[in-house]
Structures are given as structure tokens and as C-alpha cells.
Design a binder for this molecule. Structure first.
Ligand code: ATP
Ligand code: MG
Length: 796
């Protein structure tokens, strides 16, 4: 079908020496089978940590090794981060095959792939009137549009809360229902109103040349279904398709994967674990696995079996927990490695106590040689991170929060990006609305409203209306002049949309820098910082510089041949033929796209040498030597949302299962008796999941009681005096009481710590969480929370 390219020849030569040894030697028999079953549909259903992701990575390398051109391979991952790692790993496996051995390989997320395919083909295939310069709207942009159309329809957000309307639209899109299909099916009053909002929302989005995350999937699925030419082009490009975390794909993704793979026994390999399906609220459901078997009746199915990640006691706890799900097929979770300690469960007094317990747990393992970067703390919702952060800061434990979106959500960065979005797509009304008078340039609310009305009347985007400002009735001359200057400003950066000419030449980061300066944003924030003298305002300027750096980094990494929208001339040299946008514009679009599609999980960076804090959802697919899961309480995990629905409860259990199975060696789970939520202190009940795992499989330490009575119990001792819920685990022995109360320590005292040995107290800060600075002979100065530090006086 294809002629061998030079690269492919080189790779095969380097591997033909011994591809088996290179790529298959350290795999188990079923893993090897999954890697070498390259032809036909293949379903790998296997437990957590059994090597599913490893199989995909190996398969890529193996395929290239046996002579398949990399540009004909497509692997779809769940995060951008995972995509990057997979590519690197595959390249590494083929080290020696030349730097460009993976040229043209497609490894990305479904969303990123869809964005590229739509840019390339939507216009020609006439899908939803989309142009190739479309913007991708995130939740907050989307909210702005929904709010506006609700108002335009004469409805109120009180009766039609934006979040629920958005959710209804999203559900419809996940079921591949566009506004007209939704309208046709709307029976009752409420759905008829939502149908109106949906329709108006779609109109506003199209006018703004914008699509949302759900559209990325919906429109791609439609395009591939309706347009034979596009589908054929994709089928010609890719002969091998792989999907990781298949259990979390939704119906649209299933259709996309099927269309990309093509007809007649395609080479499509999907791997997943139904016990880790945690995205049903995004429309993913287990039926995609049944659909796969239905669509490909002759698909081969392989189970992988052995877990290579976690110790046996951790797996035992995970296994016991997940068995409480009734909607599942049991599959054994086992490891052939012996040893390991039971997971620890600590019942804490409140969230501050919990924070200290977590900090002590992490510190203990750090002292035993585990690196910070191999540790993580998981929580159900982001709101739980703050107290943990406080505790880690106090204990001087380095940490980073996996919030990939955080940087781009800052006000100043959003403003700068809004300028760039208008440059890339002048129809982007939400972005334009954000910057038209930021910084202030004399385009007030009245002017803007008049221009918006005119745009709506002419059915053109706001920017078009601004261009025709002189024809807009009722505007003052001064306002007209201000609008005129703004249009000139934008035109100056885009060469009036041509991206040609002396004023536009330059790189992406030049452009970003110019925009920050010439828009007046820099001056604006500089003035603000000087006026307030606040470090936080100073930081805004740094963030703007950081955006320039991130553009520069993007330029360096940008590989146009990795763009799946590039067409490959099949044959020697495998030349990429790129889409025909001006290079700077193409680069800008790709940059904005990468920003729009960034996810929290993308921020996980082990290189930072810090403990990672993240949600359980973001933790999927990852692994850590040492992991803590906090907030195992009714209403937290399981989340209160699941209280009424058995199937939602099962999803919460799967989420807890995902958390447990991330831990390789040490696992801590905590539950607080009191937790302050939105300013209100509530009494909590330990999660049913703790009981479901069972006291025999964990080391349970009840430290809920007040005072030093129980507070000094060693979290690793397995001791308890009270049951989890009403005395069910009350029969374990209590540890001896502490010999010295916290307040008994003073500066100058000699003390002994079970881990750090002998030391001298330097200072004590009082309060309920008394802390002491202690200089230990062997490990130097440390700050310890006296109550949990297991300190004894050594001089008395
Ligand atoms: P999850 O369900 O969490 O996504 P997974 O099935 O994708 O897990 P991997 O992440 O591929 O599992 O593998 C888990 C760990 O086991 C990794 O550290 C991997 O390197 C290791 N591993 C997998 N297979 C083997 C093997 N045959 N020999 C040694 N280590 C292995
Ligand atoms: Mg995996």
C-alpha cells in the first residue's frame, strides 16, 4: 500500500537485528499477544495497573519496528500529558532508529484530534457553516453566551439557571442531538423553553464562529458520517488506531473511532477497565464496550491479568471495595509480588488535623527515601485542597497543584488571550466583548450596546459592526473615533486579516509581546501595581511575560508534521503538506487550541520534585509510590450527588477504586469528623467505602476523640479505641498513652523522636496545634506538630 520511506527502512534495519528482544522481552504472555496482534479489531479489557497503557506504547514502537510508517498510526489518549509521554516513550523504545523515527505519528486526545480535523475539513464539508478559524469556547465563555441569549429571549436566569441549561445542552450534544433535533423532541413546557435557548445559543455561537467542547466531538462525528471524502481521507491516512482509557469514551467518541478506523475488519485496538469508568456525567458509559463487541463481532478479546503497580495489601483493599458494585463483571486483581503493608485509615478530628496527619505520613516516607515527586494527595473536589496546602506549607513539604487551567484563568492572562483570540477570529464576540474597553479606551456601555444591536440587526459579528461604526446611528463623534482606533489596532496586528505585510511579520511570541504592549494591557497593570504596591499586582505583569514565554516554548515544540490535518505524500520522504493558512496564523490557532484544551491532569509534572495535589478524576492512569486520599466522608466521597442513585453510587465507588489503585507502596485514607464547608462546620460521617473495605484489610487508627487521650496514637499502629461507625471495629488494642503533654515542651529541652532521634527544642509556638522547632542531631532543624510528633523528653 505504501512504499517504504527512508525513515521506515532505517527503523526496521535497527530493529530487525532483534525486535523480539528489544520490544517484547519484558512483557507477559498476554501483553505480548496484545502487542503483536496488530491486524483486526482488538479489545483489551484488563484491571488497573495491568499494563494496558504500556501495551499501547509498545504496540506503537512494535508497529514502527516491523515497518509500518509512523504517520499511519493514531493513538488516542485521555490527556495531553499522557499523549506527550506516550510519544516520548515510544521514541525512546526505538532509540537508535534515528531522531525522526516517530515522524508524523498521531498521539493526542480525542478533543485535540477533532479540533484539527474540523479546522482542516469543516469548511469544505459545510458542516454547521463552520469556518477553519473557529474559536473554542470554554465553560466561562459558554456561560456568557447562554446568559446573553436567555436575556435576549426575555427569560431570566433565575427561572433558567445557566448551569442547568448548559448541562441540558451538553447532554443533548452527547446524544448527538443538535438544536433542531432537540426541538423536535421537546414535549413539555420546560424542554420547549430549553429548546429555544439551545437554538438561540447555537445561532449565537455560529455567528461568533465558535464551538464548545461538546461540539468538537459532535461535529466531527457528523462530519465523518456525512462526508465520504473526509472519511476516506482519514482512512487513507491512518491504518492503525488505538484508544486508551476506552471505558471513558462516550457515544460520539465511539462513532469517531469507528469512522477513523474504517470498514472491513479495521486495525482498531481499544484498551480499558470498566471498573475505572468515572465520566458518566460527560456521557461516557459502559455500553461503548458492548457497542464495540457488537460492531466488531470477530474482535479478539485479551485480558492482561497480573497487576504490576501495587502491593498485594493495596490491591486486596481495592478488590474488596469494587466487589460492592453489582453492575459489574468480576475480574481478579492480583500481583505475583509478595510483601507490602496494609493501607492505613485514620479517622481525624477535623480537616486541620487531617492536614497534619497527611503531612506526617508524607514526611515519614520521605525520611525513608521516597522522593516527593513520587507522592500525591487526592481529593474528590478542588475545594478540599486548601487545608492540605496549609499543612504542607507549615511542614515545609514542597507541593504542586495539578490545575493545568489555573494559569490561563487569571484575569490578565485571559485578557491577553482574548486579544489573541480576536486576532485569530475577529468574529469571536465573547473575546471581543472582554477587551473592547479593557484597558479603558472610551468605548462605553452605550456605544457597545448600540454596536451590538447593529450587529444583531445585520446578522454580522460585533467586529463587523465596529468596522461600520460611521453608519451606526446615535453614536457621538468621540465614541466613533475610539471605535475606529480600536479597529485599526486589531488590523495592525493582522494586516487587516491577511497576516501579510511588514507590520505583521515575526514569530508567535513577537506577536504576543506586541499585543501585550500595544493593547495597553502592560501599561494598565504596571500602573495598577505602582498605585497599589501589592505583590499580587506585580505578579500580573510577570504572568503576562510568562505568556510570552509560553508562546515561545510552544513555537519550539510545535511540530507541524505531527499535525493530523497535514496530508502525507505517501512514499519516500513522507512529505507533510500543510494546510494553507499563513504560517503565523496557523501557529496562533494551534497555540490557542492548546490553551483551550489544557486540562488539570496536564499539569502533573514529576520533574518538579514536589508532592502532587489533585482530584481523583485527574489522577486516572497515573501512579505514585505513596498516595493519600482525603475526605472519605459521606457527602464528600461518595459525593452527595450520588445519594439517591445506585448507579451514581457505583461511579463514586469506582472513583475511590481509581484512587486506591494509583498507590504503588503506601496508601493513607483519611476521614474527618468535623469539616468546615463554606464557612459552616459540619459533623461528618465516615464514608461507607471505609467500612466496605473492612477492618481486616486496613490499619485503622481512630484519632477522632478530643485532647491528648487519643490524639497521640500512632497512625501506623493499627490501634483504635472506637469503631468507625458505632463500634464495628472497636476491638483493637489501644497504644500506650503519651508520656508528656504537648504543652510540657519548652525551648532548651532535650527530646527524642522515634524517627529523627535525639534533638533540642529551639522554640514552641502555642495554640491548639502547638508546634515546636527542634534541632535534631542527625537530620537538622524540623518543625513538628507536638501533638502528633511522638516526642518524648530525653532529659527528664
Ligand atoms: P491503569 O488501569 O491505571 O491505566 P494500566 O493497565 O494502564 O493501568 P500501566 O500504567 O500500563 O497499567 O502499567 C502499570 C505499571 O506496571 C507501570 O509502572 C508499568 O511500567 C508496569 N508494568 C506493566 N507491565 C509490566 C511488565 N510486564 N513488567 C514490569 N512492569 C510492568
Ligand atoms: Mg493506563
Amino acid at each position: 500500500m505504501y512504499r517504504e520511506s527512508a525513515t521506515v527502512r532505517r527503523v526496521s534495519q535497527s530493529l530487525s537485528r532483534n525486535p523480539e528482544r528489544d520490544l517484547l522481552a519484558d512483557l507477559t504472555e498476554p501483553q505480548r499477544e496484545a502487542v503483536t496482534t496488530t491486524e483486526g479489531p482488538l479489545l483489551v479489557l484488563a484491571a488497573a495497573g495491568s499494563g494496558k497503557t504500556r501495551v499501547i506504547t509498545r504496540r506503537i514502537a512494535y508497529l514502527v519496528g516491523i515497518g509500518v510508517p509512523p504517520w499511519s498510526i493514531c493513538a488516542l489518549t485521555f490527556t495531553n500529558k499522557a499523549a506527550g509521554e506516550m510519544r516520548e516513550r515510544a521514541e525512546h523504545l526505538l532509540a537508535g532508529a534515528g531522531e525522526r523515527s516517530m515522524r508524523g505519528l498521531t498521539v493526542m486526545t480525542f478533543h485535540a484530534l477533532c479540533a484539527r480535523l474540523l479546522r482542516r475539513h469543516a469548511e469544505e464539508s459545510g458542516i454547521a457553516g463552520l469556518k477553519s478559524d473557529f474559536a473554542i469556547y470554554d465553560t466561562s465563555d459558554q456561560t456568557a453566551v447562554v446568559k446573553r441569549v436567555i436575556g435576549d429571549l426575555g427569560l431570566t436566569t433565575k427561572n433558567w439557571p445557566v448551569a442547568s441549561v448548559r448541562a441540558a445542552i451538553s447532554r443533548a450534544k452527547n446524544d448527538l442531538m443538535d438544536a433542531s433535533a432537540y426541538t423536535a423532541g421537546a414535549g413539555d413546557f420546560a424542554s420547549k423553553q430549553v429548546a429555544k435557548i439551545y437554538t438561540a445559543y447555537e445561532t449565537a455561537m455560529r455567528r461568533a464562529g465558535a464551538i464548545d467542547f461538546d461540539d468538537l466531538l459532535l461535529l466531527t462525528a457528523r462530519m465523518l458520517r456525512e462526508n465520504d471524502q473526509v472519511r476516506r481521507a482519514c482512512n487513507q491516512r491512518w491504518s492503525y488506531l488505538m484508544v486508551d482509557e476506552y471505558q471513558d469514551t462516550n457515544h460520539a467518541q465511539f462513532l469517531i473511532a469507528g469512522a477513523l478506523a474504517g470498514e472491513n475488519n479495521p486495525n482498531i485496538c481499544v484498551v480499558g477497565d470498566p471498573d475505572q469508568a468515572i465520566y458518566s456525567w460527560r456521557g461516557a458509559d459502559i455500553s461503548n464496550i458492548l457497542e464495540f463487541e457488537e460492531r466488531y463481532p470477530n474482535a479478539r478479546t485479551i485480558a492482561l491479568g497480573e497487576n504490576f503497580r501495587s502491593t498485594a495489601p493495596i490491591l486486596a483493599a481495592a478488590d474488596r471495595l469494587i466487589k460492592h458494585n453489582v453492575e459489574r463483571k468480576d475480574k481478579p486483581l492480583f500481583t505475583s509480588r509478595a510483601g507490602g503493608e496494609k493501607p492505613t485509615v485514620v479517622l481525624c478530628r477535623d480537616e486541620r488535623h487531617e492536614g497534619d496527619v497527611v503531612a506526617d505520613f508524607l514526611r515519614l516516607h520521605a525520611e525513608n527515601g521516597i522522593a516527593w515527586k513520587s507522592m500525591a494527595v487526592f481529593y474528590r473536589t478542588n475545594a478540599l485542597s486548601r487545608v492540605i496546602e496549609d499543612a504542607l506549607r507549615t511542614s515545609a513539604i514542597p507541593y504542586t497543584i495539578a490545575r493545568g487551567t489555573a494559569f490561563y484563568e487569571r484575569e490578565e492572562v485571559r485578557h491577553a488571550l482574548a486579544y489573541l483570540r480576536v486576532i485569530a477570529n475577529p468574529a469571536d464576540d465573547v473575546a471581543l466583548g472582554r477587551i473592547v474597553n479593557t484597558p479603558a479606551r472610551g468605548i462605553g456601555k452605550t456605544t457597545l450596546a448600540a454596536l451590538e444591536d447593529r450587529g444583531a440587526a445585520l446578522r454580522v459579528p460585533l467586529f463587523e459592526a465596529m468596522r461600520g461604526v460611521q453608519d451606526t446611528p446615535g453614536l457621538t463623534q468621540r465614541a466613533g473615533a475610539a471605535v475606529g482606533r480600536f479597529v485599526e489596532l486589531i488590523d495592525g496586528w493582522t494586516g487587516a486579516g491577511t497576516f501579510m505585510g511588514a507590520s505583521v511579520a515575526g514569530t508567535l511570541h513577537d506577536l504576543v509581546e506586541r499585543v501585550i504592549k500595544e493593547s495597553g494591557l502592560e501599561k494598565h497593570y504596571d500602573g495598577q501595581a505602582k498605585a497599589s504596591g501589592l505583590a499580587s499586582d506585580e505578579e500580573r505583569l510577570d504572568n503576562l511575560s510568562e505568556l510570552v514565554s509560553s508562546a515561545r516554548a510552544f513555537e519550539d515544540e510545535f511540530d507541524p508534521t505531527a499535525d493530523p490535518a497535514a496530508e502525507f505524500e505517501i512514499g519516500d520522504g513522507a512529505q507533510a503538506v500543510l494546510a494553507d493558512a499563513p504560517p503565523l496564523l496557523a501557529m496562533l490557532r494551534a497555540f490557542l487550541e492548546s490553551v483551550a484544551l489544557v486540562a488539570d491532569a496536564d499539569a502533573v509534572d514529576p520533574e518538579q520534585g514536589a508532592v502532587t495535589l489533585m482530584t481523583l478524576h485527574a489522577a486516572k492512569g497515573l501512579e505514585f509510590a505513596c498516595a493519600a486520599m482525603i475526605g472519605l466522608e459521606t457527602g464528600m466521597l461518595p459525593h452527595s450527588r450520588a445519594a439517591e442513585s445506585p448507579s451514581d453510587m457505583e461511579e463514586e465507588r469506582r472513583l475511590a477504586f481509581v484512587g486506591i489503585t494509583r498507590a504503588m507502596q503506601h496508601l493513607l485514607m483519611t476521614s474527618a469528623r468535623y469539616r468546615t464547608i463554606r464557612g459552616v462546620t459540619e459533623r461528618m460521617i465516615p464514608s461507607r467505602f471505609i467500612e466496605e473495605i473492612g477492618e481486616d484489610l486496613v490499619r485503622l487508627s481512630d484519632q477522632m476523640g478530643g485532647g491528648y487521650e487519643t490524639g497521640e496514637q500512632e497512625w501506623s499502629s493499627g490501634a483504635t479505641r472506637r469503631g468507625v461507625t458505632g463500634g464495628s471495629v472497636g476491638d483493637m488494642p489501644a497504644v500506650p498513652r503519651p508520656t508528656v503533654s504537648a504543652s510540657g515542651f519548652k525551648a532548651g529541652m532535650l527530646v527524642r523522636h522515634p524517627q529523627f532521634g535525639l534533638g533540642e527544642v529551639l522554640s514552641v509556638q502555642g495554640g491548639s496545634n502547638a508546634r515546636a522547632q527542634i534541632r535534631f542531631r542527625q537530620v537538622g532543624v524540623k518543625t513538628l506538630v507536638l501533638e502528633y510528633a511522638r516526642l518524648k523528653r530525653a532529659d527528664g
